[in-house]
Each structure stands twice: as structure tokens, then as C-alpha cells.
Design a protein around this ligand. Structure first.
Ligand code: URP
Ligand code: ZN
Ligand code: ZN
Length: 467
């Protein structure tokens, strides 16, 4: 199959330029000048010509942080790999990296096998896995080396959630030492879970049970403190560190200091920390439960710091931390006790649009929009240049994006398998029009025309910023 994408403005992380994109089979054959003889010859021979005039042609977005079918708080996140990857495709995301979970008392192997079983034959787009290590011991440390050979090259540890995912500082140090020797990247949920559990128990004892107390019991200082501690542990181990879902200026300050002294510390933030705030968590009645995630939504004053971090590359990536729970019956598990509200916000469909609002407002450039949503995730998670760039030989994961179209987010129209939208009624400028995943059109005319199961598991390489 030969496809010509003609007349659009190609935007890579290096910047925009006018070019026609020639797709042959699953990959990009060439980028050529629109008035070139190569383009004219493809006009004749292509099986399909897609008119991209007036649109940006960008590399498919990569969401490096999702949770499909994730067991949490006595329930399970509401998107399956089938529904979640279809919703991702609607939003211009053509690769996800989900978190396979090693449960306490189980092996990494068992966790990874379980995630393969959930995802295989279901995904509409390509997918990879990080691994959550919940039980650091000699055998799981050795297993880290083994799963790297299977393309799982990054491991998430938790300083939060004692009794569930939590690791002690000593365990974290050991995992970091292992990462230092095997070349993998440690990802950290940096919140001081031991202190938070004390604050949660005290709040509940005072009768403070509404969703907003989820925020007040997880203060930003305890994210800043944990981020600092994680950075020092990584420094001792000589290991790279990637801070996930960074929400607060206090944590960003720690990342900036580490990067300024040359430590290999990276961080992502998420759209919810750029667009939502603790005021959402404090919404009337139980509405705030829709906005319960960890770290919690912070005061709006943090937004400017996070946008600055994205501009200056102190924040490398925007991922979604997509972890959807329906309001009915799932979030409602926490009526009368905020600590029982399953943590997470749906967002896999909206990241490209939301971060494009930052371009519209002058917070980041067009090129940086592509960089933080596609190119840097590809480099960071060992997928570049197969993914993350429009270049000859790269996978033909391509999004045609109309910068002038407007649309409104709503649970009534989104494609995520969840009964509410955290952005209900928000009108955005810019819209995904056409999506190709490895050379196959999967979204067109606001319809999904792809196939569950066409997404392939990606064996990822090591972090491209460290090689
Ligand atoms: O609230 C969140 N972030 N839920 C997903 C689990 C995690 O910590 O990433
Ligand atoms: Zn986390
Ligand atoms: Zn997460």
C-alpha cells in the first residue's frame, strides 16, 4: 500500500516545514518537496492520496504512562486495552506504554505474563510495558535483568501507598543499584506515603471525609521531600531517575537542582496538573471524587511553574497517567471516606489537544508540542527513531491535525470507557482529523476504522538520553 500525504505542514521536534509524506507499507519512504518530481510520481502511483492542506502532519503521539485494566482500591480501571487504545487513537496517540504490575509475593515474570495476556490481540495501536516493582528482593532484582531482554527497560517504584506498592528507601536504593548496572531507568512515584498515611488517619478521625481532604493530606511539601530523597538515592546508586506525574513547584525545584548539577534526572507532568486544580477537588458534594488522583491536584499557582518547566526542558515529557474509574460505583466506593476513592483521572484521549492549548497560549512552541508528546518519549523509552519522528524508515505513525477546528470535551462524545469527563464542557482549538498507525488509517472522519489487535508489542531499547 502506497499513501501520499500531500500539502501539509510537517512538524517534527526540530520544527515545522512544508513537505509531502510518502508512506509505503508500514513505514515512511520519504519526505519530499510538494512540487518535486517524486511527489508528482507518487500522485500517479499511490493507492491513496490524503489531502493535508491547512493541517499539521505530526508523528503519532506516545503516551508513556497509562493504566489499562489496572486493579486498584478493590476495583479495576475502566478502560480495557481495547477501549483504551481506541480512545488513544482518537486523540492522536499511536503508542502507549502501560505499567505491568508485580504484586507483593509474586514474581516480575507473573506480572509481565498477566499484562501480556490482557493486551495481546486487543490493542488498536502499538504498546509497550514498564514494570511496577512492588516487592524488591534478591529474586526480583535479578529478574529485572531478564525482562530488560524482553524489551521492558524501565521500572516504577513507589514511595507512596504503604502495604500495596510502597518500597522502603533501602529497597529503592537496591533497585537503583541494579538499574545502574543493567542500564534500565527507575521511575519514581515520589510522595512520602508513610507521613501521608498518618495525615489521612488523623483527618478521618476528625470527621474530614470529603474528596477535598485527599488533597490536604498529601501536601506538596511531601512530594518535594520525596522527590529530593529519590534524587539523592539515585545519586548514591549512580542511576538515572525519571520522576512520574510531577505535580508541584516544590518537586520541580528539586528536579531543576539535580539537572543543573548534571545528574541524569528526568521528569514528566500530566495535563491534569496543567489544567485542573485543587478547586476541582473541592467541588460541591461528592463531585470532587472525579478529580482524585495522586499526587493530588495542586493550587492553580503551580500551572505557570509547570509550563515553564516544559519550556526549559526541566520537564521532559507530558504523559497522561490515564487511570479511569467511573463515577458511579467506582469513585463512589469512597463516599464517606475519601481514602477509599480509587485514585486516577481519565485522559488518554485528550493529551494532544490539551497541550496544543499551550501552543495557542504561547506557553510552548509548535515543535516543543511534538517534542514533549512524541519525540522525547520515544527517546526516553527506547523507541527512537522507529517512533517519535517523521523521517524515512520510521514507522508511519502519522497524525493530521487541524489547528483551526474547535471541539468540546464531554463524556457524551469521548471514547474512553468512563462515565464522566474531567474536562466536561471545555472547548479547545485544534483537532485530530486523520491517524495512521504503521501505515494504516485508523481514524478518519471522526470514526475508528482500525482493528483491535493490529497493535504490536514493542520491545523497547534503553533510555536514549543515556547511551
Ligand atoms: O492517581 C493515580 N496516579 N493513579 C494511578 C497510579 C499511579 O500512581 O500512577
Ligand atoms: Zn504513581
Ligand atoms: Zn500512574
Amino acid at each position: 500500500m502506497k499513501i501520499l500525504i500531500s500539502g501539509g505542514t510537517v512538524v517534527n521536534a526540530s520544527g515545522p516545514f512544508v513537505a509531502d509524506v510518502l508512506v509505503e507499507g508500514e513505514t515512511i519512504a520519504a519526505l519530499v518537496a510538494p512540487d518535486s518530481s517524486a511527489s508528482a510520481s507518487w500522485q500517479e502511483s499511490a493507492d491513496r492520496v490524503i489531502d493535508a492542506r491547512g493541517q499539521f502532519v505530526i508523528p503519532g503521539a506516545i503516551d508513556g504512562h497509562t493504566h489499562m485494566e489496572m486493579p486498584f482500591g478493590g476495583t479495576q480501571s475502566a478502560d480495557t486495552f481495547e477501549t483504551g487504545t481506541r480512545a488513544a487513537a482518537f486523540g492522536g496517540t499511536t503508542t502507549i506504554i502501560d505499567f505491568a504490575i508485580q504484586s507483593k509475593g509474586k514474581s516480575l515474570r507473573e506480572g509481565l505474563d498477566a499484562w501480556h495476556a490482557k493486551a495481546e490481540g486487543k490493542c488498536a495501536i502499538d504498546y509497550g510495558f514498564h514494570m511496577i516493582v512492588s516487592d524488591v528482593n534478591e529474586s526480583s532484582l535479578n529478574e529485572m535483568d531478564l525482562v530488560i531482554d524482553e524489551g521492558v527497560t524501565s521500572f516504577k517504584l513507589f514511595m507512596a501507598y504503604p502495604g500495596v506498592f510502597y518500597s522502603t528507601d533501602g529497597e529503592i536504593l537496591q533497585a537503583m543499584q541494579q538499574a545502574s548496572s543493567n542500564g534500565s531507568t527507575i521511575m519514581m512515584h515520589a510522595e512520602n506515603g508513610i507521613a501521608i498515611d498518618v495525615l489521612v488517619a488523623q483527618a478521618l478521625a476528625r470527621g474530614e471525609s470529603d474528596p477535598r481532604f485527599h488533597g490536604s493530606t498529601r501536601p506538596a511539601f511531601l512530594e518535594g521531600e520525596a522527590t529530593h530523597r529519590a534524587i539523592q538515592l539515585a545519586r548514591v546508586a549512580g542511576a538515572p531517575l525519571y520522576i512520574v506525574h510531577l505535580s508541584a513547584a516544590q518537586a520541580l525545584d528539586e528536579v531543576v537542582k539535580a539537572r543543573d548539577r548534571g545528574q541524569s534526572v528526568f521528569a514528566e507532568t500530566c495535563p491534569q496538573y496543567l489544567f485542573l486544580s485543587d478547586a476541582d477537588l473541592a467541588r460541591e458534594g461528592f463531585e470532587g471524587a472525579k478529580y482524585v488522583c495522586s499526587p493530588p491536584l495542586r493550587p492553580e499557582s503551580n500551572h505557570a511553574d509547570l509550563w515553564r518547566g516544559l519550556r526549559t526542558d526541566d520537564l521532559s515529557i507530558v504523559s497522561t497517567d490515564h487511570c479511569p474509574f467511573c463515577f458511579k460505583e467506582q469513585k463512589e466506593l469512597g463516599v464517606g471516606d475519601f481514602s477509599k476513592i480509587p485514585n486516577g483521572i481519565p485522559g488518554v484521549e485528550h493529551r494532544l489537544d490539551l497541550i496544543f492549548q499551550g501552543v495557542e497560549r504561547g506557553e510552548i512552541s509548535l515543535a516543543r508540542w511534538v517534542d514533549v508528546t512524541s519525540t522525547t518519549p520515544a527517546r526516553m523509552f527506547g523507541l527512537f527513531p522507529k517512533k517519535g519522528v517523521l523521517a524515512p524508515g520510521s514507522d508511519a505513525d502519522i497524525v493530521l491535525y487541524d489547528p483551526d477546528a474547535t471541539h468540546t470535551f464531554s463524556a457524551a462524545t469521548h471514547h474512553m470507557n468512563v462515565d464522566y469527563s474531567a474536562y466536561e464542557g471545555l472547548e479547545v482549538r485544534g483537532q485530530v482529523k486523520t491517524v495512521l498507525a504503521r501505515g494504516v488509517v485508523v481514524i478518519e472522519g471522526n470514526q475508528f476504522v482500525g482493528r483491535p489487535g493490529s497493535g504490536q508489542f514493542l520491545q523497547r531499547g534503553l533510555n536514549g538520553y543515556l547511551r
